[in-house]
Design a protein around this ligand. Sequence first.
Ligand code: KIV
Length: 304
Amino acid sequence: MSTRPRTPAPGAPAPGKLPITELLEMKARRQPIVMITAYDAPSARLADAAGADVILVGDSAAMTVLGHDSTVPATMEEMLVLTRAATRGARRPLIVADMPFGSFQVSDEAAVTNAIRFVKDAGADAVKLEGAGTTLSRVHAIVGAGVPVMGHVGLTPQSATALGGFKAQGRTADKALRLYEDAVALESAGCFSLVLEAVPAPVATRITERLSIPTIGIGAGAGTDGQVLVWHDVLGLYDGRAPRFVKQYAHLAREIQAAVEAYASDVREHRFPEEVHTYAMPDEERQEFEAMLDAAGHQHPLAG
Ligand code: KIV
């Protein structure tokens, strides 16, 4: 009789899941890592089918799906719901849940508790934390509790106000050096990977060469180990000017609006629903139904 366990041991990747260590091997092979955000099951399923390696349930959801002007208002409860939905949709990609503002700033203990919720309650494979400084001790604590952590430096949207807005970071030698040292410190604290956002390409390249963990760039040039873009930016799912580093691969906002306009016009012009969209009923059943209505005293509204 087989003694093989029927369910994965705690901490073991689910069948078909990209092992986190594979990202290191991809870096070694110089095989670019593809990461994209997704915030629900259908988009995670499509990202998986399209071959994404990592899905980030980003707190960019606060802006892209929840309608806020910044990422700051995203709550733990909202991020947990979105992460659960994404994990139901995707099988192979690693799912990284973004820890929202307020969920890790207060203390190492709170950071560990919230990180564990993403893994235990929402099925995430890892969490992402913005910043260095006090974030280093949070990373250390969360990794110590067994949860893999992706770091994020450069433009960190949760502290955009303190950084002077949504602007590129590390554009002077001093600031580039600070960024470089933060990246090295995040690797030492235990991050398995690091997002570099809105950073000059030469700085991102130097950091990538220095670190043994993979870097994932967004607005950081072609020298990082992987790239990440936001789902809504890739698909052109909203109006407004996208940042310089976005490449839009579709214009779905236009297509969606045109489709909904066509539907509205079909309804208003009585072109929808047609016979093919309608359930029929055998004639004898319909006649019997009418007879039953008559017997029960329900007059046909058009009669007399
Ligand atoms: O929240 C997010 O989508 C992100 C990416 C832009 C890296 O942090």
